[in-house]
Design a binder for this molecule. Structure first.
Ligand SMILES: NC(=O)c1ccc[n+]([C@@H]2O[C@H](COP(=O)([O-])OP(=O)(O)OC[C@H]3O[C@@H](n4cnc5c(N)ncnc54)[C@H](OP(=O)(O)O)[C@@H]3O)[C@@H](O)[C@H]2O)c1
Length: 392
């Protein structure tokens, strides 16, 4: 019997639960845990599998996660809670000797900064324990890293220039809402931009560098240069990369709202005193914005996320574009979620499947591009995220 414990029953966790349920020969037992039992009950009812077990857990507390793992004896813990919980869940996996997978790298709550260092530092301890952690197995990070590994394996001798481009052409009809956790999303977007070129990291003012791109399935959109974590591991794992950048599209309406919220201080993570209470403005903003999981039924349109790669093959220059187009309404019909949760949850399920089937194995802490991309790429087509490629 193979048991998977999924912690964090928000937008992404719900999709992982649905998709694991669709592959019962691999995930013979599913346990859902979250800060609120209500969230688990909701997802269990949506999935419609009475065999699923549910539990309440505060994943900030390693002891609680250890107790949960000891109770259910999973082979794998999938972390779909927030980046703040990564280290406490990894500690619990170490203590109990269980494999770990997540979709976003650790971020300290009181500092809007994300980098792999905190989690890479666990490598030796995971190795000694003989267990494995697979980091960043969503779409970006995740599939975008695997696209690069696939390009390297099949079409290039060297990858020189990579532009990861993420377009969300979806419309949810709300004046302002984020497609995944608003707090994490706004922390990410309001940071300074950063990209890698000629051996060094260069920074830009937030969202100051932008250009249009005609995305397949979505159309022309303005995309903005941002920092994103997959660049850090790709540069490490493909040292021949000369430049790598990450771009994401935003509508003018979204940016106008964000600018106003920033200007009045609502995106700050510095606590303020309010009527005798200490409040973090961004956390309060999250509380009044729509839950990403509530946007599914309202969102229409498509996403297109992919890698534009230039490099060489047999001494000749080559340019190649690989991407996935995902339809918000089709995702909602299948699993009751919009495409952002879907494009993150499906790869997390496939990564879990790779681990449990023994196709991706190692001892220590790994990023997804370190493994053979082929079985993962086949499963993307099989489980709802078909990809396309163009030689330009
Ligand atoms: N790689 C990618 O492509 C990608 C894309 C999008 C998102 N992500 C990542 O995916 C993760 C989930 O995003 P989301 O949009 O699903 O967010 P979400 O809807 O806010 O869900 C997060 C869930 O985590 C649970 N949670 C929070 N703190 C917890 C704690 N201390 N203990 C236990 N559970 C806790 C919450 O539980 P309750 O509901 O029980 O309160 C909530 O349901 C985030 O880390 C995000 O950065 C990755």
């Amino acid at each position: 019997m193979r048991t998977v414990l999924i912690i964090g029953m928000g937008g992404v966790g719900s999709v992982v639960a649905h998709k694991c349920h669709q592959v019962p020969d691999v995930f013979t037992k599913i346990v859902l845990a979250s800060r609120r039992l209500e969230s688990c009950k909701h997802v269990k009812a949506q999935v419609g599998n009475p065999e699923i077990d549910i539990a309440q857990v505060d994943a900030d507390n390693t002891h609680e996660v250890v107790a949960l793992i000891r109770k259910y004896q999973p082979q794998l813990v999938v972390n779909t809670a927030l980046p703040y919980q990564d280290l406490s869940i990894m500690e619990a996996c170490l203590e109990t000797g269980v494999d770990y997978l997540d979709t976003a790298n650790y971020e300290p709550p009181n500092e809007a900064k994300f980098e792999y260092k905190w989690q890479w530092d666990y490598h030796d301890r995971f190795k000694e324990k003989g267990i494995m952690a697979l980091l960043g197995c969503g779409f970006d990070p995740g599939v975008t890293n695997i696209f690069a590994a696939y390009a390297k394996k099949h079409h290039f001798d060297e990858l020189h220039y990579i532009d990861i481009m993420d377009a969300n052409g979806g419309d949810h009809g709300q004046p302002f809402a984020t497609n995944f956790n608003p707090e994490i999303n706004i922390r990410e977007i309001t940071q300074r931009g950063k990209y890698y070129e000629a051996g060094e990291w260069k920074t830009t003012d937030p969202l100051s560098v932008h250009k249009p791109f005609d995305f397949p399935g979505v159309g022309e959109r303005e995309m903005y240069l941002m920092y994103h974590e997959e660049m850090e591991s790709l540069v490490q794992n493909f040292p021949e990369i000369k430049r790598i950048r990450f771009w994401m599209t935003f509508s003018e309406q979204y940016l106008t709202h964000l600018r106003v919220l920033q200007n009045v201080g609502m995106t700050s993570i510095e606590p303020v005193e309010y009527e005798g209470h200490s409040i973090v403005p961004l956390k309060f903003l999250k509380a009044v914005l729509p839950e990403p999981s509530s946007l599914g039924s309202k969102t229409k349109g498509k996403t297109c996320i992919g890698d534009m790669i230039e490099g060489t093959k047999g001494g000749q220059p080559r340019k190649y574009y690989i991407y996935n187009i995902c339809d918000h309404e089709a995702c909602y019909e299948e699993v009751g979620s919009q495409a952002i949760s879907y494009t993150t949850g499906v790869p997390a399920m496939i990564g879990s499947k790779m681990l449990l089937e023994g196709l991706w194995r190692g001892q220590g802490v790994f990023n997804v591009e370190e493994f053979d991309p082929d079985p993962f790429m086949e499963d993307l087509k099989r489980y709802g995220l078909p990809w396309e490629e163009q030689f330009l």
